[in-house]
Design a protein. Structure first.
Length: 265
């Protein structure tokens, strides 16, 4: 059996490295220098007036390590979702192609199946592996073997169900990121609470700076993680909707372009 190149694995690995590089570069060049400048300015203002109100800075919210990790996972999920959406869109475009030449009103008997099977076999290998040509080929082969229209329709439906399960399984890495982003945020929550507890003695003496910084890490990490999780979940459900539509549209196309033309004599 010919081994296929594990493109999906290498794509996930390369995009993970790319996501880390991009996000870390933005953090190093923009986020952390801006956050440090903002924190320095806040300390200078509060040294003069401890009761002065300072607006919350987005850069300060994002500058810790846990939000950076959440963004790496979110960008990585975006790369994978974009790839899956491109594949689904390509399959949708294929639904408008005519892989077998059947005119309106033309019928296909079991003895005629070989002629239409050859039309699919003459297609390039990459095209034959597409969803719609595979469903058509399966239905034709089952019709030729059983001489039953019902069996051909069942074969096409089973192929659609198999493809639906396959498409759903391909989203497992996205589901991992949906779990991992809140987990990374929770790490920031635990670290922030730990830092705040370490400063509890100083807080009892009147210096609450360490406690507030620790709690800031806690709430900022949680805020970023939950926000990014909501965004990734939204796009995950959009791609699931596109995949479900693809399966339903393919099933309808097979019925209209092939199954209704089949006759058992």
């Amino acid at each position: 059996m010919k081994k296929t190149f594990p493109f999906g694995f290498f794509y996930a690995l390369i995009t993970l490295l790319l996501s880390f590089t991009l996000v870390h570069g933005v953090y190093t060049i923009v986020v952390r220098p801006s956050a440090e400048a903002t924190l320095q300015h806040q300390q200078e203002v509060w040294a003069k007036d401890p009761l002065a109100r300072m607006p919350r800075s987005v850069m300060v919210i994002l500058h810790e390590y846990e939000p950076e990790g959440c963004f790496v996972l979110a960008v990585w999920a975006g790369f994978i979702l974009g790839w899956r959406q491109w594949l689904v869109s390509r399959e949708h475009r294929a639904l408008g192609s005519s892989f077998i030449s059947l005119k309106e009103g033309e019928v296909v008997f079991p003895d005629d199946v070989r002629e239409f099977t050859r039309q699919i076999e003459r297609l390039p290998d990459a095209t034959q592996s597409r969803f719609l040509p595979r469903a058509l080929r399966v239905a034709l082969d089952r019709f030729a073997a059983t001489r039953s229209v019902q069996h051909a329709a069942d074969a096409a439906r089973e192929e659609c169900e198999f493809e639906a399960a396959h498409l759903d399984a391909e989203l497992s890495m996205i589901r991992f990121t949906v779990w991992a982003i809140p987990a990374v945020g929770f790490v920031g929550t635990v670290r922030g609470i730990g830092n705040a507890l370490q400063e509890a003695q100083r807080a009892a003496a009147g210096d609450v700076t360490g406690v507030t910084q620790g709690l800031g890490i806690t709430f900022n990490a949680t805020l970023v993680a939950l926000t990014l999780t909501i965004l990734v979940m939204f796009f995950l459900h959009q791609i699931q909707l596109s995949q479900d539509r693809l399966v339903l549209d393919t099933k309808r196309t097979v019925d209209e372009s092939l199954i209704r033309h089949l006759r058992e004599r």
